[in-house]
Design a protein around this ligand. Structure first.
Ligand SMILES: Nc1ncnc2c1ncn2[C@@H]1O[C@H](COP(=O)(O)OP(=O)(O)OP(=O)(O)O)[C@@H](O)[C@H]1O
Length: 573
């Protein structure tokens, strides 16, 4: 609720006018039956003048109600859209401050839902609150009091009707709330299923899984239809049931008024407005109940958004750290790292020093901790214990901008953003020139295919970079890594989709063009790092060997084993 309050603050004026308009609307609806009563009285008394003036007053009241309704909708829309836009922007800003670990904990897809679907729910909740929820209590209390004033001797009918409708609505809305929660869950599941199978369409097709996927999706969709139908049944029994209660109340009122009309002749004019108030009470309870059921969905979304705002970023940068030009030295001092929620450490007690300009290869079995080690250098995570230093400065005391300029990390899975190739390369250097692009593309062996496009670096990257092959994506991703001439370049198995010739060319170009850059190359194939100054061998999170290839062959049994296995498999070692 606090979040909603904070985000509503800038719209105080609009909220005031919207609530004022709601009050006018409710007042107009409540006054209409009173005026109608006057009209009836005048008709019975055959007072044409009174009929006319009250008739005109009735129309004026209807027009006022209409204008108030329009004003309310305009302001309510302004407030709800404004709050939704601010919530989206602030959530996005907050997520930008998250560490990689924070994002992984939520999952990227889940955060997208919180920024889109959940914000939409809040927008609807605010709109509903300003349009209906504020009107319902006024309407209910007003109609209740006016019904009692209009026909005081039938007070017990009003109270009995309210009790019966409230009690039965409690039962129905409670049931409905449960089904709404189920629907939300099923919608989430249906979205995930559709997204997964469409994104993985190549796997689905190549493994002939269309039927299985369709069956899974259909089962979910059928369940969604079933729950929706049940809600429909509940609605279709609820409304006639409430109508029945109110019609019995109306019938009883007419009967009692009819029987007492001789003693109370004024009741004849009052009965129409009394019935109108009964109907208003009935609608207020019904709409109020329905709205609060819908509102509960909004509160679930509010809770999910709150969780984002209340998350403290795992990695924060020292605000007063000066921006400096860091060297390419990297030091690990007794570093251990355990992923949040895991019990086993992914890295255990790792210490080493890398001198600026060195080329380091990192090898080890799958899951041995290579990527984890590399991720600590650009500070995607902080070590659980120990220290990581870049350019001699502890990462905990480093300026973020300085670190970003010094370290480029080319990921195992090449990810490009939709837009132009040049937009993607500029992520590595915001003021990069065409010459920078060309040089980077030459190093990454991307120039040969980029230059084939008529529009060159302006060529468009489609969503999920579907218009590029795996190898092309890797080349562009390497180009983005090298375009800013970083002090430290980390390549996490980023040439795996390149043919041996291209991979060799990339290595040669890196050696020549980025001679002063520290290069940390994670490789599945030892052949990719044979020429490294030193190779680090990881085994179950421990650094079990350090040295050049020939030395390791003699000193590290694990390295020798990996090398022999790859050689036996007919690798190009
Ligand atoms: N985000 C994560 N959350 C929890 N555990 C993780 C996470 N990422 C990796 N791990 C675990 O940490 C260990 C090291 O993983 P890491 O990805 O660093 O290995 P790797 O040597 O790079 O493997 P590969 O060669 O397959 O890429 C593995 O046991 C892995 O399951």
């Amino acid at each position: 609720m606090q979040i909603l309050k904070e985000h509503a603050k800038p719209y105080r004026r609009e909220i005031f006018f919207s609530i004022l308009a709601v009050m006018v609307m409710a007042g107009a609806s409540l006054w209409q039956p009173r005026l109608l009563q006057q009209v009836m009285k005048a008709i019975i008394a055959d007072n044409q003048h009174q009929v006319l003036t009250n008739g005109i007053a009735l129309i004026t009241l209807a027009v006022i109600g209409l204008i108030a309704g329009v004003i309310n909708t305009i302001f309510a829309a302004k407030v709800s859209q404004g709050i939704a836009a601010d919530l989206r922007a602030n959530q996005y800003r907050k997520i930008q401050s998250f560490s990689y670990g924070n994002i992984e904990k939520f999952s990227a897809g889940n955060l997208v839902v919180r920024m889109t679907n959940d914000v939409n729910q809040i927008q609807q909740l605010v709109m509903m609150f300003l349009q209906t929820l504020t009107r319902i209590p006024i309407l209910f209390v007003g109609a209740f009091i006016l019904a009692l004033i209009t026909l005081p001797r039938l007070w017990w009918i009003v109270i009995l009707m309210v009790i019966l409708i409230v009690l039965s609505s409690q039962v129905v809305f409670k049931q409905m709330g449960k089904y709404f929660a189920k629907i939300q869950k099923l919608i989430d599941q249906t979205n995930t299923l559709a997204k997964e199978s469409l994104q993985g369409v190549r796997v689905v097709k190549s493994f002939n899984q269309e039927e299985n996927e369709t069956a899974r999706f259909t089962a979910n969709s059928d369940e969604l239809a079933r729950v929706n139908t049940t809600i429909g049944y509940l609605f279709s029994t609820m409304i006639p049931m409430f109508m029945l209660i109110s019609y019995v109340a109306i019938g009883a009122s007419v009967w009692f008024v009819g029987h007492g009309v001789v003693a109370h002749p004024d009741d004849l004019a009052a009965i129409t407005s009394f019935i109108s108030y009964l109907m208003q009470i009935f609608f207020a309870i019904m709409i109020g109940g329905m709205m609060s059921t819908f509102a509960s969905r909004g509160f679930v979304s509010l809770g999910r958004i709150k969780a984002v705002f209340e998350t403290t970023p795992d990695v924060t940068y020292a605000p007063d750290a000066p921006e400096v030009d860091l060297s390419g030295d990297v030091t690990f001092n007794q570093v251990s790292f355990t992923y949040p929620g895991d019990t086993q450490p992914a890295l255990a007690d790792i210490s080493f020093q890398i001198k600026a300009g060195e080329m380091i290869g990192i090898v080890g079995a799958t899951g041995s901790g290579k990527t984890t080690l590399a991720q600590l250098i650009p500070r995607l995570y902080d070590p659980t214990t120990g220290d990581v230093l870049v350019g001699g400065v502890n990462l905990k005391k480093i300026n973020e901008q300085s670190l970003r300029q010094a370290v480029a990390f080319v990921l195992q899975r090449a990810i490009l953003f939709s837009g132009k190739i040049s937009d993607n390369l500029r992520q590595g250097k915001s003021d990069a020139t065409l010459a920078d692009f060309q040089r980077a593309a030459d190093i990454a062996q991307a120039a040969e295919f980029v230059n084939r496009y008529e529009d060159g670096f302006d060529h468009l990257v489609e969503e999920r970079s579907a218009n590029f092959s795996g190898g092309q994506k890797q080349r562009l991703s390497i180009a983005r890594g090298v375009v800013g001439a970083p002090k430290i370049l980390i390549l996490d198995d980023s040439t795996s989709a390149l043919d041996a010739r291209s991979e060799k060319r990339v290595q040669e170009a890196l050696d020549q063009e980025l001679a002063g850059t520290t290069k940390i190359v994670i490789a599945e194939k030892i052949s990719s790092v044979l020429h490294a100054d030193r190779i680090f061998v990881l085994d179950e999170g421990r650094l079990v060997g350090v040295g050049p290839h020939h030395e390791l062959l003699a000193t590290s049994p694990i390295y020798r084993e990996i090398y022999e296995t790859q050689k036996a498999k007919g690798g190009d070692n």
